[in-house]
Ligand binder design. Structure first.
Ligand SMILES: Cc1cc2nc3c(=O)[nH]c(=O)nc-3n(C[C@H](O)[C@H](O)[C@H](O)COP(=O)(O)OP(=O)(O)OC[C@H]3O[C@@H](n4cnc5c(N)ncnc54)[C@H](O)[C@@H]3O)c2cc1C
Length: 402
């Protein structure tokens, strides 16, 4: 039996897979995307788009619609439990370094339909839902063979010149190739409390990104277009079902926002795990790993998906160059190493630094003094936000490339 063959197959129609596919499609490379779901995921997950990512999404023609759907964040605040602003940093200090000197808060599920619609404009791109990759392996020297469980149980086979594996943290492609997949859980998990109450009306001057810091209770506040989120770190030994019970959430809100808690409408409370994982090599022959299939990090700082979108652009550009005959396979090792070091050297240390030392009074005082020194010096604010926005490790947008 001869299998159908495509130059590039992307496994996973999450934000990372669709971004890789769109870069390829715009570059004229025929591409097939396979996803096990019946359609795009609507789950509430990542919500932060950093300047570096907005620059790249702009190049793909989807940033402006995403920005319209989201809430722009122009300032980060650090506050104490009495809601006094201790320090603030403004994103306009990044003007000249990015076309988007702000971050945007919006659900990742608002990005994927934009990417899908943009892909549909390219006849040489196809997206197949209800298509689960169940096995992957080399096929001769120049292909990867994918076995697929398709709609209505039909099993098919597809050969790809290259595969971009963007099939998430439980990647089947990674398992099929026998690659390590054990993530390390942090000793805490996240509790996300959602309210439709406008917290910036309860707390005038509240920025849509605020880190509330106190040795007894620290948490983050995120303003979304139509709701607000409070994110707490909960020690791993506290049962998850216990922390999401309404009386427990109410009691926590009383401690977090004393005297305002009764005015807060509680819409939802749920937990999610925080873990870290980095694939030892992002390239396994003709299979290239991107996004959660390659790395997981703490969600503090909101960098993991952003970094995955950067992987997608880097792989998409490299494969386009190979397809056009401008480069050969050897460029893939360089991209793999560069994208992996973005996670190990930048994303993980920065994400962990967000919450380092905040659990004891002395550590928190030192951390806040450090933030205060940066906030007082405009040049250091630029450096801090440049790094927090991953502008130093994202692919450069073409219009800014010298
Ligand atoms: C609650 C929560 C909050 C988060 N907050 C943030 C944040 O603020 N900032 C941030 O940067 N990141 C955040 N993240 C992480 C972010 O959501 C992920 O990094 C992002 O979704 C990764 O995108 P992806 O495309 O790599 O993987 P996914 O979004 O997981 O997509 C993988 C796709 O692959 C498909 N798939 C899986 N297996 C197969 C198979 N065998 N065959 C075919 N298709 C398959 C799935 O159906 C899915 O559509 C958060 C995560 C969670 C859970």
């Amino acid at each position: 039996m001869s299998a159908r063959r495509r130059p590039v197959v992307v496994v996973g129609a999450g934000p990372v897979g669709l971004t890789a596919a769109l870069v390829l499609a715009r570059g004229g490379v025929p591409v097939t995307v396979l996803d096990s779901g019946p359609g795009l995921s609507t789950a509430s997950r990542a919500s932060t788009f950093h300047p570096s990512t907005l620059d790249l999404l702009d190049e793909l023609g989807v940033a402006s619609a995403l920005r319209t759907a989201g809430r722009e964040v122009h300032e980060i605040q650090w506050r104490d439990l009495e809601q006094r602003v201790l320090h603030r940093m403004r994103y306009d200090t990044l003007t000249g370094h990015t076309a988007h000197p702000y971050r945007v808060h919006v659900e990742q599920s608002r990005l994927t339909p934009l990417l899908l619609a943009a892909l549909e404009a390219h006849p040489h791109a196809e997206v197949c839902f209800s298509s689960t990759v169940v096995d992957a392996g080399p096929r001769g020297d120049d292909a990867v063979r994918l076995r697929i469980d398709g709609p209505a149980g039909a099993r098919t086979t597809l050969d790809a010149g290259h595969v971009v594996a963007a099939d998430g943290s439980r990647s089947t492609v990674r398992a099929a190739l026998g690659l390590p997949s054990e993530a390390t859980e942090y000793p805490w998990y996240a509790l996300r409390v959602v309210t439709t109450t406008a917290l910036d009306e309860l707390l005038p001057g509240l920025a849509p990104l605020a880190y509330v810091r106190d040795p007894g209770l620290s948490f983050s506040v995120l303003g979304m277009p139509d709701h607000w989120r409070l994110i707490f770190r909960i020690p791993a030994d506290v049962p998850r079902e216990q922390v999401v019970e309404r009386p427990a959430v109410r009691a926590l809100l009383e401690r977090a926002l004393p005297s305002r808690a009764t005015a807060i409408e509680l819409a939802d409370a749920h937990t999610y795990r925080l873990a870290s994982y980095v694939l030892p090599h992002y390239r396994a022959g003709r299979v290239l790993f991107a996004g959660d299939a390659a790395h997981l990090t703490s969600t503090a700082g909101g960098m993991n998906m952003n970094c995955g979108l950067h992987d997608a652009v880097a792989w998409g550009r490299a494969l386009t160059r190979i397809h056009d005959g401008e480069a050969d396979e050897r460029i893939l090792d360089g991209v793999a190493a560069e994208r992996r070091s973005a996670v190990t050297d930048k994303v993980i240390p920065r994400s962990e630094a967000r919450t380092a030392g905040i659990d004891d009074a002395a550590g928190l005082r030192r951390a806040l003094e450090g933030i205060g020194r940066i906030a007082a010096d405009p040049a250091r604010v630029t450096d801090y936000l440049f790094a927090a926005s991953l502008l130093d490790c994202a692919p450069r947008p073409r219009q800014l490339t010298p």
